[in-house]
Design a protein around this ligand. Structure first.
Ligand SMILES: NC(=O)C1=CN([C@@H]2O[C@H](COP(=O)(O)OP(=O)(O)OC[C@H]3O[C@@H](n4cnc5c(N)ncnc54)[C@H](OP(=O)(O)O)[C@@H]3O)[C@@H](O)[C@H]2O)C=CC1
Ligand SMILES: O=C(O)C1=N[C@H](C(=O)O)C[C@H](O)C1
Length: 267
């Protein structure tokens, strides 16, 4: 059986390195393309160097030539870079796994539109635990009394550039939908000063940034006399990388369409 050849956009980043390791360790996968920005100090280096296991390719910024060599591109970069790579994947008819967060509503619509032409797995969190948590959140919101207050807290490392996290926003969308609400109309992103009592039809978000926290998320359902909390804590980035690799194996066999991690995991 020949190996599935994958590409990584953002190969020198935190997630990029975790993905290089996950692909290098998988006997059914081969890394055919490692992308970085043209002015990156990593250009020309072997992406396996930092593992002490060279992979025989050089990091490049040439997405056009590179896509000829791989079946699926996994992208963990920044929104504009992801959209540039998306256009190239549509042009070359390559599947895509998108882990990047921080997209605007218009940018998300561009990804949806592209999924009419190529298969795309797009999820703000590729861990098994968060995928299951999203399903639990839907159920919990339906089962708990409708007057329980909904609050979402997330914590990440000091380098993270978007807030709230993509996962927190996705959790917000899930619980808002289960209540029959539209998240942008009910989200409260932080509080300060004389805020007055909490309006009932709201979902509060709180963001913590510091140190090396990989990613913690808690959704609290808060009633009179009790509180239910659903928490996920990631303790390393391999958990996201393993999910992204599973998504790549899945997406290569799919027709054009937009898929989430629930489809990938068959839940
Ligand atoms: N879905 C999921 O499961 C997860 C999603 N994420 C998301 O993945 C993204 C990346 O996270 P992380 O790896 O920590 O971030 P890093 O900053 O460590 O890595 C981002 C990489 O993308 C590169 N990059 C930035 N801009 C461009 C560009 N215009 N063109 C090409 N490459 C570019 C960076 O290069 P340079 O350093 O030169 O700028 C860097 O190598 C974030 O949006 C994060 O929220 C993170 C973890 C899990
Ligand atoms: O930037 C990160 O690190 C992470 N980003 C994702 C998000 O924004 O939800 C997922 C994970 O929590 C790590």
């Amino acid at each position: 059986m020949s190996a599935l050849v994958l590409g990584i956009a953002g190969s020198g980043g935190r997630m990029g390195r975790a993905l290089v390791e996950a692909i290098a360790m998988a006997p059914d996968l081969r890394l055919g393309l490692a992308l970085e920005q043209a002015d990156s100090p990593f250009i020309g280096r072997d992406p396996g160097d930092w593992l002490g296991a060279p992979l025989g390719i050089a990091i490049t910024s040439d997405v056009q030539a590179g896509l000829e060599r791989c079946a699926v591109l996994i992208d963990f970069t920044r929104p504009q870079a992801t959209l540039d790579h998306l256009a190239a994947c549509v042009q070359h008819r390559r599947g895509m796994v998108i882990g990047t967060t921080g997209f605007s509503a218009a940018e998300k619509a561009q990804i949806q539109e592209a999924s009419q032409e190529i298969p795309i797995v797009c999820a703000p969190n590729m861990s098994v635990g968060v995928t299951v948590a999203l399903a639990l959140l839907e159920r919990a919101t339906q089962w708990l009394p409708a007057d329980y207050d909904l609050e979402i807290t997330e914590a990440h490392h000091r380098h993270k550039v978007d807030a709230p996290s993509g996962t927190a926003l996705r959790m917000g969308e899930v619980v808002a939908k289960a209540r029959g609400w539209n998240l942008p109309e009910v989200a409260v992103y932080g509080r300060q000063g004389t805020t007055g009592p909490r309006p009932s039809r709201t979902i509060g978000f709180a963001t913590v940034r510091g140190g090396d926290v990989v990613g913690d998320h808690t959704v609290s359902f808060m009633g009179e006399g009790e509180r239910l909390e659903i928490t996920h804590r990631a303790s390393n980035r391999a958990t996201f990388a393993q999910g992204a690799v599973r998504a790549a194996r899945f997406v290569v066999d799919q027709p054009a369409g937009f898929y989430d991690m629930r489809s990938v995991l068959g839940l």
